[in-house]
Design a protein around this ligand. Structure first.
Ligand code: HEC
Length: 149
């Protein structure tokens, strides 16, 4: 009986050891990047909504931060195969349609870079850049993120 248990548990442990460390780091790393982006957006959303006055320096700092974070989104490193398991809301679609996900990340990077290059100097141009960037958040979350309650 003891033998039987040892035999049946060993493969499970091997799987845990092989799969946990890399994916756990990738999940934590990508969530930290996403959270940081959320903070950057949070700092300028009130300006886009007209709740706070436009300030070119505040806007530029946030857009640069966002772009820096976006450019760090390396799909192969941060979304390795198997990292849909664990404390994550990443959808299996990321791996089922990896080309689609890679394209979504590439578009996001291009849009955040364009927002920085636009260097908005007034509310109207900022709003344009802001909506162009934030469309990516919603579209990608809808397609490649699962809702967990
Ligand atoms: C190309 C796809 C993509 C884009 C673009 C994107 N996200 Fe995400 N985001 C994800 C995925 C996938 C997750 C789930 C990560 C996980 O749980 O492993 C996520 C998770 C998050 C989270 C939760 C992080 C946590 O702690 O669990 C926040 C906050 C977030 N995103 C904010 C944003 C904001 C703000 C933007 C736009 C400025 C954005 N994201 C753009 C794919 C994207």
């Amino acid at each position: 009986m003891k033998r039987l248990i040892a035999f049946s548990i060993a493969p499970l442990l091997a799987i845990a050891v092989l799969s946990t460390p890399a994916s756990a780091d990738a999940i934590a790393d990508r969530q930290a990047l996403m959270k940081d982006q959320g903070k950057a957006i949070g700092s300028i959303a009130p300006i886009a909504k007209g709740e706070k006055p436009f300030d070119a320096a505040t806007v530029m700092t946030a857009l640069k931060k966002l772009n820096d974070d976006a450019q760090k989104l390396d799909v192969a490193t941060l979304f390795p195969a198997g990292s849909d398991k664990g404390d994550t809301t990443a959808s299996p679609k990321i791996w089922e349609d990896n080309a689609g996900f890679v394209a979504a990340v590439a578009k996001y990077k291009a849009d955040t870079a364009a927002a920085v290059a636009a260097d908005p100097k007034d509310l109207e141009s900022f709003k344009t850049a802001f909506s162009q960037v934030t469309k990516n958040c919603g579209t990608c979350h809808e397609g490649f993120r699962i809702k967990k309650n």
